[in-house]
Design a protein around this ligand. Structure first.
Ligand code: UTP
Length: 409
C-alpha cells in the first residue's frame, strides 16, 4: 500500500489521524506505518455501529443440569478410567491461552513468566506445568501442548520457555501460535497511535483461539496425533488442573460436545457469570443480568439453580469446533487503559480508562458447541486466579491458596 492508497482508505474510514506524523518519519518508519494500516482488521467498525445486545432480555434463560461434587465422587473411578484411556490414546491435547496483556496485574512481559515464589522462584507457567506433569506421569504419555501468544508477548514467551527447557517437554512438542490483534480506539472511535509509526493494536480476546490455531496450520498436527478433545485453560489460574482424567472421562461419558470446569456460587449475589440454557442451547449469563428471582431460585435439593461459575477450563470436541469455526461470536467492547502517543509526542499509559478495545470470548463458543457438561470442582483446590497485584484474585490470594495445597513458596 502506498501513501495515496492509505490516505484514501483512512479518509473513507474517518481515521486520517493515523497519518498525522507521516512526514516526520524516515523511510523505514513510513513503510512500517503503511504496512500496519494495510493490515488493520476493520471488523471493529461493525462492533461499534451495531453493538451486540448482551443484556439477555430476549433469551429464554433456564437452569442447566451439571455434575456436582457428590455426583462425581460416586463415579470417580469410572470417569477416571475413561479419561486415562483417552489421554493414553493421544486423544486429548492442552491449549494454553496466554495471549492476554495482563494489564490489571501491571507487569511487563507475559503473565505466565511472573514469579509467584517467595523464598525461591516459582513461575506461573512452571506451576501449571507441574500439574500437567502429574497427569503425564499417571498416563505414561505427554499430553500435546499448544500455546497461544500475541504480537505483544510472543517473543518474550517463547524465549522464556526456551530458557526453562520447555518445563520438561521436548522443544518440538510445544507448539506456539499467535492470536489476532484488533485496533484500540478512543471514545470517538478513532484508532490511537501507539508511536508515530504504529497504530495501537491489542490482542482481540481469547474467543478466536481455534481460528488462530487453524490459521497457524496446527489443525493438521492435531489430526496427525489423533487428537479428539482440546482442553483450553487460562494462564492466570495457578491451581489449574490440565487434562484432568476425571473431567475428561465425565465429559466423554456424558456424550456432550464440551465440558466446563465450574465452581459453585456460594451466595446468590456472587459476581460471577454462570452457565445456563438459552432455550435448548447452553449459554452464559452474567451476574448483573440475573433477575433477583433467578439469582435466588433453588432446586429441590436446596441448591442455587444458577450456580455454575465457569473458570476458563473447557474441554472442546475437535470435530464440533471444526464445524462451527466460521460462525460469528459476539464482539465485546471493553473500556481499558490504552497506552498511546500523547500530544507531546511521548507514549504513556493513562491512569484511568481512556478508550475501548474489542474482544471475543472463549465462553461465547459454548452456545455454538450445542451441548455442555458443567463439572464442579473444589474451589480451594482448583481455582487461584491472578488478575490483580493485591486484594481479590491477586498474587497474595493465589499464594495463600497455593500454600493451602501444600505448594512450597
Ligand atoms: P483476561 O480476561 O483475564 O485478560 O484473560 P488479560 O489480558 O490476561 O488481563 P487484563 O484484563 O488485561 O488484566 C483470561 C485468559 O485469556 C487469555 C489470557 O492470557 C488469560 O489466560 N487471553 C486474554 C488471551 O489469550 N488473549 C486475549 O486477547 C485475552
Amino acid at each position: 500500500m502506498n501513501f495515496e492508497q492509505a490516505k484514501k482508505l483512512l479518509e473513507s474510514k474517518g481515521q486520517t489521524q493515523l497519518l498525522r506524523y507521516y512526514d516526520e518519519l524516515d523511510e523505514a518508519g513510513k513503510a512500517k506505518l503503511l504496512a500496519a494500516i494495510e493490515n488493520i482488521n476493520w471488523e471493529f467498525e461493525d462492533a461499534l455501529k451495531n453493538p451486540v445486545d448482551l443484556s439477555g432480555k430476549d433469551r429464554d434463560i433456564r437452569p442447566i443440569a451439571g455434575l456436582r461434587l457428590a455426583d462425581i465422587a460416586k463415579r470417580k473411578s469410572e470417569y477416571e478410567a475413561i479419561g486415562v484411556e483417552a489421554i493414553k490414546a493421544g486423544k486429548v491435547a492442552a491449549v494454553l491461552l496466554a495471549g492476554g496483556m495482563g494489564t490489571r496485574l501491571g507487569v511487563d512481559g507475559p503473565k505466565g513468566a511472573y514469579n509467584i515464589g517467595i523464598t525461591k522462584p516459582l513461575y506461573i507457567f512452571e506451576q501449571q506445568m507441574r500439574n500437567l506433569a502429574e497427569v503425564n506421569e499417571k498416563c505414561g504419555v505427554r499430553v500435546p501442548l499448544y500455546i497461544m501468544t500475541s504480537d505483544k508477548n510472543h517473543d518474550q514467551t517463547t524465549s522464556f520457555w526456551k530458557e526453562h527447557n520447555y518445563f520438561g517437554y521436548p522443544e518440538t512438542e510445544v507448539k506456539f501460535f499467535k492470536q489476532d490483534m484488533a485496533p484500540a480506539v478512543d471514545y470517538n472511535g478513532k484508532i490511537f497511535l501507539e508511536t508515530k509509526d504504529t497504530p495501537a493494536l491489542s490482542p482481540n480476546g481469547n474467543g478466536g483461539w481455534f481460528n488462530s490455531l487453524c490459521r497457524a496450520g496446527l489443525q493438521k498436527d492435531l489430526h496427525e496425533k489423533g487428537v479428539e478433545w482440546l482442553n483450553i485453560y487460562a494462564v492466570d489460574n495457578v491451581l489449574q488442573r490440565i487434562a484432568d482424567p476425571v473431567f475428561v472421562g465425565a465429559t466423554i461419558d456424558a456424550g456432550v460436545n464440551c465440558g466446563a470446569k465450574v465452581i459453585c456460587k456460594t451466595e446468590p449475589k456472587e459476581k460471577v457469570g454462570v452457565i445456563c440454557m438459552d432455550g435448548d442451547k447452553p449459554d452464559i449469563i452474567e451476574y448483573y443480568e440475573l433477575t433477583e428471582e433467578m439469582a435466588n431460585q433453588r432446586d429441590e435439593d436446596g441448591n442455587l439453580s444458577y450456580c455454575y461459575g465457569a473458570i476458563m477450563n473447557y474441554l472442546f470436541r475437535l470435530s464440533t469446533l471444526e464445524k462451527i469455526v466460521e460462525q460469528k461470536i459476539p464482539v465485546h467492547i471493553v473500556e481499558k487503559k490504552i497506552e498511546c502517543l500523547c500530544e507531546d509526542g511521548v507514549t504513556r499509559k493513562p491512569e484511568k480508562e481512556n478508550g475501548k478495545k474489542f474482544e471475543t470470548l472463549a465462553v461465547d463458543l459454548i452456545k455454538p458447541m450445542g451441548s455442555i457438561l458443567p463439572f464442579e470442582v473444589v474451589r480451594e483446590k482448583e481455582f487461584a486466579p491472578i488478575k490483580n497485584k493485591t486484594g481479590v484474585d491477586s498474587v497474595e490470594s493465589a499464594r495463600e491458596l497455593l500454600k493451602g495445597n501444600g505448594v512450597e513458596l
